[in-house]
Design a protein around this ligand. Structure first.
Ligand code: FES
Length: 113
């Protein structure tokens, strides 16, 4: 078992439905932030819950994200982002990307890296 006092646990891997995302509120750099945490199998990626287009939240209701076929869809104007890396594929901010938050998974727990 590997743990570190320097990492902040965000959630359990099993809290995230496979192929979907949940919201986790956490302190990042000392600031309270809303994060989107996405899971595909054992791989997890996390992003600030802020769309690069107009700075709106990505969710359509608090903590409810539109995720389909590996794409995160911004609820405001429909921009789509690759869930693994946050790159915008279509929409008004095509070519931009979500701001990633580094995370690791250790023994079934997702941590801020
Ligand atoms: S704020 Fe996300 S597409 Fe406009």
């Amino acid at each position: 078992m590997t743990t570190s006092a320097d990492t902040t646990p965000l959630c359990q891997l099993d809290d995230i439905p496979d192929g979907n995302a949940i919201e986790v509120e956490a302190y990042v750099g000392g600031e309270p932030e809303s994060l989107l945490v996405y899971r595909q199998g054992d791989a997890v990626s996390a992003f600030y819950n802020v769309c690069p287009h107009a700075g709106r939240r990505l969710d359509y209701a608090p903590g409810k994200f539109l995720v389909r076929n590996g794409l995160i869809i911004c609820a405001a104007h429909g921009a789509t982002f690759t869930a693994g890396d946050g790159n915008c594929q279509t929409g008004p901010c095509k070519g931009d990307r979500l701001r990633a938050v580094p995370v690791t998974v250790t023994d079934g727990t997702v941590h801020l890296a």
